[in-house]
Design a protein around this ligand. Structure first.
Ligand SMILES: *Cc1c(COP(=O)(O)O)cnc(C)c1O
Length: 397
């Protein structure tokens, strides 16, 4: 058995250094708890970055994976498989969409959205409608197309040239989008609630305005719900309260209960522009991931489950607002359901580290925002404990 230091040394020697990791090694997870190699327990308010919506080792997910693993593991998309078809039906019946394309990650679901929007525009308008409008604070992924739509110099600069034709408007400022839309605009892409960008919700008026702008201009509206979708905000889709449907929507993080899976949902009008071999992926909707996703989507879309998320969200908000009263460093508390951002007047790194030392995992969203993404199955006692630890941790700022 490798001890903690040996694992960290091996990682440093053999894994390319693209991540700055926490100083402990995680070994086991159950429900809302994670355990490191020293046996220390952590309350998980990160969920693998909004992935483990049902916590760790949820019995329904474990059962779905184990059963499917013994039946059929992988065959590729040369063949029909039942879990893929069933999952597509569930996602369509629960959303605006008519068709689904499966893939394996958030960035891939955005790349698929880019390609499908391009193909739709080319089919209807010719070859010169290829531009995308993205928004300040957006995060859409690290691949070259998605990166072009992720307007942060630090991420983009070393890798230019990126996909051309990406224009950046200001989040929640409709006039700034209107100023950029023209006959070359293929699509506008927006997160109904920005996660990485600092936990900022799009206003219903903004989404409504984007919808009208896109319709008037013959452009598509793409929602990226990779982080905010599938129950995270207390409704199945983060855009639900706005009542404004997109033409394309990307999903990934929580979809398959911890297994890598993405999905790009679309209307029939978009799907009609897509032909065999336009896009594809070897692993996509792998039967094991798809079976896990069927279990996850089934549980999360239950009205009583979403009610629980909203109840927890209200409870957590009350607790966080109380912390704001007690800590001068806290500037603003914002979020919905079980995604919360606590904006501070200074970098939150020390508070993240202090919380981990006390057995609570949280993360940041930009330098000054402490982000909470607990599993959607948390209970009041877990929130009470987290709030107690956060009270101490903010004292460290
Ligand atoms: C995480 C994220 C992505 C990228 O997902 P990966 O699986 O890391 O490629 C894209 N969009 C949003 C909104 C995300 O939060």
């Amino acid at each position: 058995m490798l001890d903690t230091q040996q694992i960290k040394d091996m990682d440093a020697q053999y894994v390319v250094h693209t991540y700055n990791r926490a100083p402990f090694v995680l070994e086991r997870g159950e429900g809302v708890w994670l355990y490191d190699t020293e046996g220390k327990a952590y309350l998980d308010f990160v969920s693998g970055i909004a992935v483990n919506a049902l916590g760790h080792a949820h019995p329904a997910v474990v059962q779905a994976i184990v059963e499917q693993m013994g039946r059929l593991d992988h065959v590729s998309n040369l063949y029909h498989t039942a879990p893929q078809a069933r999952l597509a039906q569930m996602l369509v019946q629960a959303s605006f969409a008519d068709k689904v394309f499966f893939c394996n990650s958030g960035a891939e679901s955005v790349e698929a959205a880019i390609k499908f929007a391009r193909k739709w525009a080319r089919t209807h308008y010719g070859n010169d409608k290829t531009d995308f409008i993205t928004l300040s604070g957006a995060f859409h992924g690290r691949t070259l197309g998605a990166l072009a739509l992720t307007p942060r110099d630090h991420y983009q600069e070393p890798f230019r040239p990126l996909m051309p034709g990406a224009k950046v408007a200001t989040f929640n400022d409709l006039a700034s989008v209107e100023a950029l839309v023209d006959e070359h605009t293929c699509a506008v892409i927006v997160e109904p609630l920005q996660g990485e960008g600092g936990v900022n919700a799009a206003t219903p008026e903004f989404l409504r305005g984007l919808r009208e702008l896109c319709d008037r201009n013959g452009s598509l509206l793409i929602y990226d719900e990779v982080q905010c979708g599938l129950g995270r905000t207390g409704t199945l889709w983060a855009h639900e309260p706005s009542g404004v449907a997109p033409d394309i929507m990307t999903l990934a993080k929580p979809l398959a209960g911890g297994l890598p899976m993405g999905a790009t949902l679309m209307t029939q009008a978009v799907a009609d522009a897509i032909e065999p071999s336009d896009h594809g992926s070897t692993f996509a909707a792998n039967p094991i991931a798809a079976s896990a996703a069927i279990a996850v989507v089934g549980i999360i879309s239950e009205p009583s489950f979403l009610e629980h998320v909203r109840w927890c969200g209200n409870y957590l908000e009350t607790g966080l607002l109380k912390l704001q009263e007690e800590h001068d460093c806290i500037q603003q508390v914002r979020g919905r359901g079980l995604i919360w951002g606590v904006e501070c007047n200074t970098a939150v790194g020390p508070a993240v580290n202090a919380a981990a030392a006390e057995g609570l995992l949280v993360l940041n969203a930009g330098a000054n925002v402490l982000r909470l993404l607990p599993p959607l199955i948390i209970e009041q006692e877990h929130m009470d404990r987290a709030l107690t630890i956060l009270d101490q941790a903010f004292g460290a700022l």
